[in-house]
Ligand binder design. Structure first.
Ligand code: PEP
Length: 243
């Protein structure tokens, strides 16, 4: 068996208490392929109940974001210690929806990345270009900048999720060559920075059970970040049982 691939479910701001429990019930019945490690990232308020339901399973719980300070006067935010209290192991950071709607920039994302690592959690760092940036051929410059400013100085493993903004929720997926180009770019970037750390490179954007197999087989990715399809039992069953 090759390297175990990460499958990250990003539920975003979806599901209530009842239908999230129903989805977990269904997912727990699936006999996961041993090739995958499944991480589920629900809304913060769902984390306590979902964490309890996953306790005796191999599925891991993660968060969709956190604050860059451990605690303090930050109304409405969530700190890393509480995430750890509920067994979270991973935190998605720098998702384009947070960059866009919450105006998070690379500097702020880096602060979160550093805090998450110091708390012994693993950041899943999202990078990706807009359609305008891709069309103007500036995408490598943009991605290089995001990597440069968001990648931690310390940590043995780096998890990068390449999520082109134009692919998220649109049904548009880059070609295998385009995904591999960004894999090679990221790998070279880390080597140039003398970062000989393990790279876990995920792809995210309009993944479904149909395109998943091909993306995993025909590109160099080490896993996937899945939004819309992660809310559907039938889709997740096909994805998680594929080896
Ligand atoms: C995402 O937002 O992280 C994502 C990958 O969404 P979708 O799969 O719905 O495109």
């Amino acid at each position: 068996m090759g390297q175990v691939k990460l499958i990250v479910s990003n539920w975003k701001m979806n599901l209530n208490l009842l239908n999230s429990k129903n989805l977990i019930d269904d997912i727990l019945k699936i006999r996961h392929s041993e090739s995958f490690k499944h991480i589920i990232c629900p809304q913060h308020l769902l984390i306590p109940s979902i964490s309890g339901l996953l306790r005796d399973s191999k599925i891991i719980i993660g968060a969709q974001d956190c604050h860059y300070e451990k605690n303090g006067a930050f109304t409405g935010d969530t700190g890393v210690d509480l995430l750890k209290d509920y067994d979270c192991e991973y935190v998605i950071l720098g998702h384009s929806e947070r960059r866009n709607y919450h105006k998070e920039d690379n500097k702020l994302i880096k602060k979160k990345v550093d805090l998450v690592i110091s708390a012994n959690l693993k950041p899943i760092i999202c990078v990706g270009e807009t359609i305008t940036e891709r069309k103007s051929n500036k995408y490598l410059e943009i991605l290089g900048n995001q990597l440069d400013l968001c990648i931690p100085n310390k940590s043995e493993e780096i998890i990068i999720a390449y999520e082109p903004v134009w692919s998220i929720g649109t049904g548009l997926v880059p070609s295998y060559e385009e995904i591999n180009e960004i894999y090679d770019f990221t790998d070279k970037f880390l080597k140039n920075k003398k970062m000989t750390r393990k790279l876990n490179f995920l792809y995210g954007g309009s993944i479904n059970s149909e395109n998943f197999k091909e993306i995993v087989n025909k590109t160099k990715v080490n896993g996937a970040l899945i939004g819309g399809a992660s809310l559907k039992t039938t889709e997740m069953k096909k994805i998680l049982t594929f080896c």
